[in-house]
Design a protein around this ligand. Sequence first.
Ligand code: PEP
Ligand code: MG
Length: 878
Amino acid sequence: MAKFVYDFTEGNRDLKDLLGGKGANLAEMTNLGLPVPPGFTITSEACRHYLAEGSVPEGLEQEIADHLSALESAMGKKLGQADDPLLVSVRSGAKFSMPGMMETVLNIGLNDESVHGLAKQAGGNDRFAWDSYRRLIQMFGKTVQDIDGDLFEHALEELKQDRQDTDLTARELQGLVETYKGIVREQTGKDFPADPGEQLRLAVKAVFDSWNAPRAILYRRQERIPADLGTAVNIVAMVFGNLGDDSGTGVAFTRDPGSGRQGIYGDYLQNAQGEDVVAGIRNTVPLQDLERIDKTSYDELLSIMETLETHYRDLCDIEFTIERGKLWMLQTRVGKRTAAAAFRIAVQLVDQGLITLDEAVTRVSGDQLAQLMFPRFGKDGDREKITKGMNASPGAAVGKAVFTSERAVELAEQGEDVILVRRETNPDDLSGMIAARGVLTSRGGKTSHAAVVARGMGKTCVCGAEELEVSASERRFTAPGGIEVREGEVISIDGSTGEVFLGEVPVVDSAVVEYFEGAEPDDDLVRAVDRIMSHADSVRRLGVRANADNPEDAARARRFGGQGIGLCRTEHMFLGERRQLVEDLVLARSSKEGRQKALDALEPLQKSDFIGIFQAMEGLPVTIRLIDPPLHEFLPDLVALSVKAATGEATDKDRALLAAVKGLHEENPMLGLRGVRLGLVIPGLFAMQVRAIAEAAREVPGARPEIMIPLVAAVQELEAVREEAVKILQEAGVEALVGTMIETPRAALTAGQVAEAAEFFSFGTNDLTQMTWGFSRDDVEAAFFSRYLELGIFGVSPFETLDRDGVGRLVRLAVEEGRATRPGIKLGICGEHGGDPDSVHFCHEAGLDYVSCSPFRIPVARLEAGRAVLTQDDSDTR
Ligand code: PEP
Ligand code: MG
């Protein structure tokens, strides 16, 4: 028969699935011989049954009764017995900590009779007994009977007036109990249940139900905790911190969870029960003061903290209570910590011989590393938040608002810090984005142009701040509440939270980035990062490359540990003055000579671009992707041209351009004439690029180009392009792999055929996600993803973290079939997912050879590639 209840002596810390974190750790502490009040745990399996069936599983009530009698014998008292009652607490405890999200009821077992027994037990302390009773009715009423907690709070406040709760007399508290009972009667139509057995039964069910309370559901979604785990319930003999000044309650950490430094951290509150500390009813004192208040308990606590750290081999947090000078442990768990603390603690534990370097790598995460790499807003100073958009590229940026790229460049040249504010950005904004400290857009999601490019540059970006009305022509934006920001006014944007502030919020730089840029590690945090990164590099199997398309990014990629370029987007090289040449190409596209003239003008420019990149990469592989986006992106705006034509200001070229823009207009440009399609439709375009690559490679000794064809859906497309490319390479005497992106579902589904013509695959998971889900990558995040997240349709945007079930399945299929056709085919990924921690783990598991990501994500990818080798079950490291 299934077992639904475990005594604390029966469990251990490995049973978190069944006993929840709290129950498993209480059992562990019990078995370590630490002073834990006796008790037992009802399993999460019982909760799951209850939530699914609407009733507790058969046998559960009997099991609870049996464990309760064992507890009663151990304590020598009976639950709620009139003259000498046993009281218990009923506490939730799920596998993953969900602080404050679920319910707890203390002092179960009190009623009008046993309150006197409790007073007697406490040496005639009536005040304490009535205070405990009123707490029971208050907690029980609120959590079990669903009564508005404010009703109790108001009654208490009214009684207290300006006094502390400890100033209330026994008689006043007795009166308060009557008032509370009245509230219960009024709100539920029934008396407060006096029967201790009924109190216990109802409290257990209320804890089960609290798993599905709205705030718990919300918390789980945010923290990506599965919805179907259920919670365990702990029934623990009450110990009292509110028996007088020789009693109290507190929390403690074995190291500082903020900085990671060793020392004694915590708070203590005399003469109080646990919830008072959290509720901040009275001011706590620093834990150090306990040494003065009760030296024996203090010394014992320090020794227990040492035992726990050594046993758990990690930072622990602790809740404890002192009842008349006797210390009791109520909870411990491996404690949450900041990013900086995580790195420091991991290496401290290695130095103390408690963990290995392998384990240290698993104790930190790429997300934590990323947090350490961005400048941050300091904690000081007032700030006025004006709106919130999407946190597209982390960091903190402060500057004068500007509304055009030209103005951004102009002011930056004068030494001003600027924030480029646009409705959305396009490739023409690149110079402005480079010049700006940060980018703010009112439209577009996390794979919008602004977001992708900003992340690539490591530049702070908030995108899709839809409440803003941005007017570039009027050089201003408006925000809710009648706020208007004009050019030159200072704003601050937080790319880690998406918040936008009026005025200057002070910023702190990242020492970790300075270290990656080549500075000597000169503080303990940077030294910790250095040790962990070196070890991650020594164990990882995945290579890490960069998405970079200029020599500066390429050089940074190398400094950050990139082992090559996995995606050089050549379309980024057709901007600025060169746009003119692309316009000429488009206008002349149907005349052979005109076309050739335009291509001949572009070729030397492309060649010099590639030379710069090959030189920066010094013999590391460079995957160059032939031009991808639709041509109309390079042409002037349709409306602007039409206005010119209508007002008679258009030149002949403008009129020709207008015709071309109209002719090339597409309803769905992302699914239109781009990538390989463009290469096949405009003869000579790809050939020009391949020649430029070959010529550049000849001039840079050791250059290792790899030529990549975008948007292929059928092997026939690839074959046509490949044939021409191979011929050009052979004529030039240059060796280069020719491969393809796998970014259409059809390419993935026919990867076995595609591999006949491809020497490598690079998964373009931005487009592959777009096309697999049928989500327009530029629109959907702002349009409806927040609703989808609310509904739990997905826990995170599939543009951010690779969707293992759908897109991931296509990737695995293509890996398998590609390798079957061409064993040894090189496999990588260059979509945004290449720098996302969970997706890096997927790439490791799927057997890819490398991931490619923006230069600033390289350290994150290196660390996660190491962790992927060392972590068995990531979900447990939360
Ligand atoms: C992709 O689609 O994943 C990719 C890398 O290409 P782009 O983002 O340039 O379309
Ligand atoms: Mg793509």
